[in-house]
Design a protein around this ligand. Structure first.
Ligand SMILES: [Zn+2]
Length: 229
């Protein structure tokens, strides 16, 4: 009963951006995971070398299952690389491995946006499912203040998506710079690394657009709700 066709007006542009970003990641990874670097060093070896050069010998590099499941775990201080990234000496693999190493370097540097993002994770996990429930309950019960509480709870999701941008952009900036500095990629190969990492960055921009458009839709429903009284 609360479905409003205006939802599409709010959600569609961000959804399209997300689809474009996903397609770009897929095509860039597909293309550059088949191109071997001149140095012929695997993602795992690149990660190990970059971590060691930053004095992070105690950060482990492990192989993990799944596709594009690569991540840095700040709790166990472990860098987990998907099998293809771990084993392959491709342009995509070294780019992704260097990006994840960038997160470990941020952690060691106490990089502020990373700390902020970790700090709001519990609130976001809570708000992402409770926010919409409280919001629609507020509409259902005709209690506007309750619906606004739902909006505020969900706003944490947008805040998380916002603070994710500097974290991801900085990890890729570090990756590009370090790969060139240590000669893991040539100038020509760096073009491929940029294609992969920039496509991945766009998915985070799309994530922010999706969170913001949902938030705006909630506010739109609420302000319309007030006019009906
Ligand atoms: Zn990242």
């Amino acid at each position: 009963m609360y479905f409003n066709p205006m939802y599409f007006v709010f959600a569609l542009p961000a959804l399209l951006l997300a689809m474009i970003a996903q397609a770009r990641v897929r095509s860039a990874v597909n293309k550059y995971s088949r191109v071997r670097t001149l140095r012929g060093v695997s993602g795992a070896q690149v990660a190990r070398a970059l971590l060691d050069s930053a004095g992070l010998q105690d950060v482990a590099v492990e192989k993990t299952g799944g596709l594009l499941s690569d991540h840095y775990d700040p709790i166990s201080r472990t860098l987990r690389l998907s099998t293809a990234v771990f084993e392959t000496p491709s342009i995509a693999a070294v780019g992704i491995a260097a990006h994840e190493s960038g997160h470990a370097l941020q952690h060691a540097d106490h990089y502020l946006p990373l700390q902020a993002r970790s700090a709001i994770v519990p609130a976001v996990q809570f708000g992402s499912w409770l926010g919409p429930i409280v919001f629609f309950l507020g509409l259902l019960l005709n209690v506007e203040a309750l619906a606004w509480v739902g909006v505020i709870l969900f706003a944490g999701v947008a805040a998380f998506a916002l603070v994710t941008l500097p974290v991801e952009f900085d990890a890729s900036r570090r990756a590009k710079q370090l790969l060139q500095q240590y000669g893991f990629v040539t100038g020509e190969e760096a073009v491929g690394v940029n294609r992969v990492l920039d496509a991945a960055a766009l998915t985070y921009v799309a994530g922010l657009a999706q969170a913001l458009s949902t938030l705006l839709y909630y506010v739109f429903l609420l302000t319309g709700f007030r006019r009906r009284d």
